[in-house]
Design a protein. Structure first.
Lengths: 338, 344
């Protein structure tokens, strides 16, 4: 029994990612998938694709992150367009030389002789696993010029950003929040590519702007709904492309509302929240009614207990408190550590 | 190609590496080249012999001594010297120097300054050749210390598992007076032994005999092209342009006696540009150029005057390369931030 057309387009983020991979592999024979278990699909992101594309294009590799990233980069140098299903973002640390030191730099340092069209597909978490699996450390990759970084917040964006990443001639890290993997949403037409480097206003408001990405977007929308009940209009901008940043869209929103909170899943120090806050203050200082606030994870290794973890990553309630304070309606909740 | 043609072609190329190194080290001494200069003196037979066994379309990932490896593959000495001078006309416009350049036109997909970083990259290029069914072989050159990095073993394991078309060329220039181990940093007896544990066919050859290197590389590449999987060629040679083990020991003793300590790197760099074209006596038997000269003359493949004519020709070529590098313009300062991303 087939579902109605509109229901057909409801997909979880996991399914949307698989569709993106499938459509791009059909479109371009140079696209290959590599990773620990992409044939049997440990992550679920590549489930079943081996039946259509065969073992030649879904390549299982030993658990060795340096070799995984290096082989993908070398294959890209030699003309393929590999996608590496890395699994957890924390695992990137053992492959860091190849991910950060080789792939992003070669196009520039070799003066354009080569291109590295490789996609590093990471899943990040920040709750319930502990210090190695709970690491929203995409900001580390941001210190490596030449690497693009995107964080989808919806199945539609996940599909569109992965398609754009595969077609991009540069290394792109796609960081997918674990807590969003199973969340459903409507997805776009097959060729609806989301341009990397574009932010999008997901809720229009007048009193204050929240800049968020990935799993922080639904939380920001929940906080905005709470504030609406209290009579305030909060704008939510999904940053979604951390490198390159869409300063134009962010500055336009900041200039309109005059109040900004940057709400990030990653740690504070050298993170994207203070980076974006600094850039916004430089660009629209004259239009601001108060300081741009960085609301990010505390600089603490992630503990396993849910009770402890929820002290580290600011939940929607903490964002509501920060919005109330920015609007001059309360004193801020004191942060544990910064 | 006749024996004479092959021998003279190899001789010309090895002499090109030797002469380029002499000029490069001298330019380093004059501070026309900054950073460092890593020459290939004494190990020219390895890249020259291996590269002569390759086809167009094969990929080469040089070692940290990538200048010689790239010249062996056919890189224009003028563009390479200009790169070392940091000039606009260099292979990568002055962005790379001796440790970061590529010459894609000659299949050199890049020199990488991180030890062993090229090994997984070459393995990946081999994977691409396999997937796209191009028939290409990828070659990685690296020294004996590269085997200490984890990614060396990760890559060899993967290549063996997937039977990838890659030739690993280990340049063992560990001091030949080392007793049973590979060197101060490795307990294993040989690079070949380390490759063997991953199930890779490995052999050790005299890396100062270019004809042997060429023959064994050609045989290896032939097997690789037939789908036999990766092969490891360990080539032994002598360290040149570096202090000998005895010199290092003497230096350490002097530091100890005087109670004044300087860095070992500073000591090693002080040797760059001080070496003569004539190799020191202690490694004379292992000079790959001398070895080939003796072979050519004793087998009457050519006369000494033929070799002298080649040497004079190469010397003129290197003089032109240095002049080209010196006369070239600096990079355009306004281009410094251009081209971080492709397609923008």
């Amino acid at each position: 029994m087939s579902a109605a057309p509109s229901a057909m387009r409801q997909r979880t983020m996991q399914d949307a990612i698989r569709e993106a991979l499938q459509e791009e592999m059909r479109r371009d024979g140079r696209v290959i998938l590599m990773g620990g278990d992409v044939r049997t699909s440990n992550s679920g992101l590549t489930a079943g694709l081996v039946h259509e594309f065969g073992e030649q294009r879904l390549i299982d590799l030993p658990t060795a992150e340096g070799a995984m990233a290096g082989l993908a980069t070398g294959a890209a140098l030699a003309g393929l367009r590999p996608v590496v299903d890395f699994g957890n973002l924390g695992f990137s640390l053992t492959g860091m030389d190849q991910i950060t030191n080789e792939a992003p730099k070669v196009h520039y340092k070799f003066a354009g002789q080569v291109r590295v069209p490789v996609v590093f597909l990471f899943i990040y978490a920040m709750r319930g696993w502990g210090a190695h699996h709970d690491q929203a450390i995409y900001a580390l990759l941001g210190q490596m010029p030449g690497m693009k970084i995107v964080l989808p917040s919806s199945p539609r964006d996940a599909k569109g950003l992965i398609k754009a990443a595969i077609r991009d001639d540069n290394p792109v890290s796609v960081c997918v929040a674990h807590e969003l993997i199973g969340v459903a949403g409507s997805i776009a037409d097959p060729d609806d590519v989301v341009d990397i480097g574009t932010a999008t206003v997901v809720r229009v408001g007048e009193d204050l702007s929240v800049f968020a990405s990935g799993a922080m977007v639904p939380r920001a929308l929940a906080a905005a709904a709470t504030m609406e009940l209290r009579g305030f209009s909060v704008e939510v901008v999904d940053v979604r492309s951390l490198v390159p940043l869409d300063w134009g869209t962010l500055a336009t929103s900041a200039r309109k509302t005059g109040r900004v909170i940057v709400y990030d899943h990653g740690h504070f120090t050298c993170g994207f929240a203070p980076t974006i806050a600094a850039g916004i203050q430089e660009r629209v200082f004259d239009a601001l009614k108060g300081p741009v606030v960085s609301l990010a994870a505390l600089d603490v290794p992630m503990p396993y207990s849910f009770v402890l973890a929820d002290q580290i990553v600011p939940p929607a309630e903490r964002l509501v408190d920060a919005i109330e304070h920015a609007l001059g309606r309360s004193t801020p909740e004191r942060q544990l550590v910064l | 190609m006749t024996d004479r043609e092959l021998a003279l072609a190899l001789y010309r190329r090895m002499y090109l590496l030797r002469t380029f190194d002499q000029a490069g080290a001298a330019a380093y001494g004059r501070k026309e080249i900054h950073g460092t200069y890593r020459g290939s003196r004494g190990q020219e037979a390895i890249p020259v012999g291996v590269c002569a066994a390759l086809n167009d379309g094969d990929f080469v990932f040089p070692s940290l001594r990538g200048v010689g490896d790239s010249l062996a593959r056919g890189t224009d000495p003028r563009l390479l010297m200009a790169e070392l001078f940091g000039k606009r006309t260099g292979l990568v416009g002055g962005r790379g120097g001796s440790l970061h350049f590529a010459d894609v036109a000659h299949g050199v997909l890049g020199v990488f300054a991180v030890l062993t970083a090229n090994v997984p990259l070459a393995t990946g290029a081999a994977l691409a050749a396999r997937v796209a069914n191009t028939g290409a072989t990828a070659v990685a050159f690296f020294g004996d210390r590269a085997t200490n990095e984890g990614v060396f073993h990760e890559s060899l394991n993967t290549a063996a598992l997937l039977k990838l078309p890659v030739l690993y060329v280990g340049i063992n220039n560990a001091p030949q007076d080392a007793d049973t181990s590979l060197g101060e940093h490795t307990a294993a007896e040989s690079m070949a032994a380390l490759a063997s544990v991953h199930g890779i066919a490995a052999e050790t050859v005299d890396g100062t005999d270019v004809l042997t290197v060429h023959a064994r590389a050609a045989a290896a590449v032939d097997l690789i092209r037939k789908g036999g999987g990766p092969i490891f060629l360990e080539c032994r040679c002598f360290p040149l342009d570096e202090p000998s083990r005895a010199e290092m020991d003497a230096w350490k003793e002097e530091m100890r006696r005087a109670g004044q300590y300087t860095s070992m790197l500073a000591f090693k760099k002080s040797k760059i540009g001080t070496v003569d074209l004539e190799p020191p006596a202690h490694w004379l038997l292992g000079d790959p150029l001398r070895k080939l000269e003796q072979h050519v003359l004793s087998h009457e493949l050519a006369a000494e005057t033929d070799l002298a004519a080649i040497r004079a020709d190469v010397q003129r070529e290197i003089e032109r390369a240095v002049a080209f590098a010196r006369d070239s313009a600096e990079p355009d300062a306004s281009s410094a931030a251009v081209g971080v991303f492709a397609g923008v």
